[in-house]
Design a binder for this molecule. Structure first.
Ligand code: HEC
Ligand code: HEC
Ligand code: HEC
Ligand code: HEC
Ligand code: HEC
Length: 449
């Protein structure tokens, strides 16, 4: 046993001496290797041209340069860590997932995107394809082991390339691979991102439908200019920034408890919301930013419109899931912004009475926050799980003066990547808070006299 260990140690030492610093993961990787350890995507592009072009359109290639990432990192996270020194490590850690090369180079904070440094390559080809494993039971906080060099790892066996070695690695077929960056723990030990964990607890894990099947679907083609035709993993990584991915992810139906009613009577509508498309909860990932909400309106025969608030269910913390005109939140943005006694901004920015599917994040003072690194606790998890169906009810007292005839009800499920009042406060470009339509349903009653 001891002999075998020493042989392994010998080989590790030889490898380490030829391949640069030893393979390390997570925080231990900070400042261990220069940018030059990794090849540029342009090099891979000469042979893997389609995959390269797909990647340039995916958020992976913009994880450091995208406007909202730049604003949150440079206007909130970095100034916060300058005021609270214990946050320096966690805030440097943003780069461990958003621009891993910069993290491993110890370049923190990296130059601004406008300076066009290699940090702009964000999550690039070589970072992903030189991941050789991960440390721990559950992957999180860039726990991947990085082994840059001539070996490119992948999900296929026995591939031959004129430029690099290839090696099959079973991690490239497992959701844990993605979990290295798609699960995140805050400095307070709270899971502030848990996409892979949500997946592992849901039905798709049991059926072996991992992330790749939906975000890197396979299609016939060539994965390199000189390769044979094959089923090739498309590097789409389409998620919350793709209206086509978000659209239809949840299916809606709605019906009334009765079809014929008189003015002054009460009708109760049921809306069924079925998460048909996502392998994890909706919303997932940056849950602190995302808004998913259901609005229901009625229109009577004369064209008058009424907004119907959702019926409360009575669970603890439910107030965070029903849109309010008055509630303020996100006061902790005042710390990095240097605003004393900052009152916060509107919590929701969507019509009052809408049902919001969310999980609120709380700062150490118990106020709602979008700063996941400042998250000490979580509120009720009222998101829609994979293949889960939630039912919401809306009760409406038909006005005495409602026009006789048909009343049409509209239910609309909307999505926003970032809470609008936060986006407006921080000057985040509009596309981050635009309304994305997920799905709609309609039903009707007749008002009789
Ligand atoms: C000179 C052309 C060329 C260049 C440059 C090149 N590759 Fe390849 N690569 C290939 C060929 C050919 C294959 C084998 C394709 C096949 O048969 O499936 C391949 C295969 C791969 C595979 C699949 C390995 C597997 O076992 O599943 C990965 C991953 C890969 N390359 C990554 C990269 C990365 C990352 C870069 C840039 C750092 C790069 N390649 C640069 C030609 C190239
Ligand atoms: C976020 C990590 C990630 C990034 C970024 C990434 N890849 Fe991949 N790539 C993967 C994974 C995972 C697979 C295997 C997917 C599967 O088989 O389901 C893969 C598969 C491949 C394959 C084999 C495809 C096949 O099915 O034949 C090639 C070639 C490849 N990648 C090259 C690249 C190149 C070139 C880039 C940059 C332009 C790139 N990758 C960017 C994770 C990544
Ligand atoms: C090295 C870290 C890393 C790995 C590994 C990784 N991702 Fe990501 N991924 C990110 C980051 C960072 C973003 C956020 C980009 C941004 O700033 O909007 C992202 C974004 C995405 C998005 C886009 C979400 C949106 O809001 O539009 C999808 C989808 C995604 N990743 C899927 C995957 C899948 C599937 C895998 C495994 C094959 C994977 N990722 C592996 C870091 C990673
Ligand atoms: C059955 C298909 C399916 C599987 C499996 C799946 N996803 Fe998704 N994913 C979707 C759909 C559909 C969306 C768009 C709806 C949404 O935003 O949640 C999405 C959205 C996302 C987003 C953006 C979430 C947000 O709200 O910002 C990320 C990140 C992501 N997926 C990563 C992953 C990772 C990582 C895995 C594996 C652990 C995975 N997905 C597995 C279908 C899938
Ligand atoms: C464990 C990996 C990881 C760490 C650490 C991390 N992020 Fe992220 N971040 C991601 C992933 C993955 C996504 C995409 C999730 C999604 O699409 O819902 C993301 C999304 C974001 C987004 C939203 C992007 C958009 O366009 O909607 C912002 C902003 C962001 N991160 C900033 C930060 C900041 C600032 C830090 C450090 C305080 C940080 N991140 C730390 C992995 C990480």
């Amino acid at each position: 046993m001891i002999q075998r260990l020493s042989i392994i140690c010998f080989f590790t030492a030889v490898l380490a001496s030829t391949a640069g610093p030893p393979d390390v993961s997570g925080e231990k990787a900070f400042g261990t290797r220069p940018y030059a350890s990794f090849e540029k995507p342009a090099v891979c592009a000469s042979c893997h041209s389609d995959i390269y072009q797909q990647w340039t359109q995916a958020m992976m290639s913009q994880a450091y340069t995208h406007h909202w990432d730049e604003i949150e990192y440079f206007d909130l996270a970095v100034p916060h860590s300058e005021k609270v020194p214990s946050l320096k490590g966690p805030v440097d850690g943003c780069n461990g997932c958003h621009t891993p090369m910069a993290y491993m180079a110890g370049d923190a904070p990296p130059p601004r995107p406008s300076e066009n440094s290699r940090a702009n390559e964000s999550v690039n080809c070589d970072v992903c394809h030189t991941i050789s494993g991960f440390e721990g039971d559950i992957p999180f906080n860039f726990s991947f082991v990085s082994s840059p060099g001539s070996v490119k790892y992948g999900a296929k066996e026995g591939r031959v390339s004129p430029y690099h070695e290839t090696r099959f690695n079973s991690l490239y077929t497992k959701a844990e691979y993605c979990g290295n960056c798609h699960n995140e723990k805050s400095p307070f030990g709270v899971w502030v991102k848990s996409t892979q964990i949500e997946w592992a607890e849901g039905p798709y894990a049991q059926e072996d439908v991992a992330c790749f099947k939906c975000h890197m679907p396979k299609a016939r083609g060539r994965n390199a200019k000189m390769a044979e035709e094959d089923d090739v993993a498309q590097h789409l990584f389409h998620g919350a920034h793709d209206p086509g991915k978000v659209g239809g992810a949840v299916e809606l139906r709605m019906h009334p408890d009765e079809r014929e009613l008189e003015p002054g009577e009460t009708v109760t509508l049921q809306v069924q919301l079925f998460n048909a498309k996502a392998g994890h909860k909706i919303p997932s990932g940056s849950v602190e930013d995302r808004m998913l909400w259901l609005e229901v309106t009625a229109m009577d025969a004369s064209g008058r419109e009424f907004r119907i608030p959702v019926d409360p269910k009575g669970f603890p913390g439910e107030e965070y899931t029903i849109a309010s005109d008055e509630a303020l939140a996100y006061q902790d943005m005042g710390i990095p912004k240097g605003l004393a006694d900052f009152k916060g901004v509107a919590r929701d920015g969507v019509p009052a009475g809408s049902r919001i599917f969310r999980m609120p994040y709380f700062d150490p003072e118990g106020r709602m926050t979008i700063m996941q690194w400042n998250t000490k606790s979580l509120g009720p998890d009222y998101r829609i799980g994979p293949r889960e169906t939630k039912i919401e009810t809306f009760t409406w007292d038909i006005p005495d003066d409602a026009a006789p005839g048909r009343v049409t009800f509209h239910a609309r499920l909307n999505f926003r990547k970032l809470v609008k009042p936060v986006a407006d406060f921080l000057g985040v470009p509009e596309d981050e808070s635009e309304i994305m339509h997920v799905n709609s349903a309609e039903t009707w009653i007749d008002v009789v006299e």
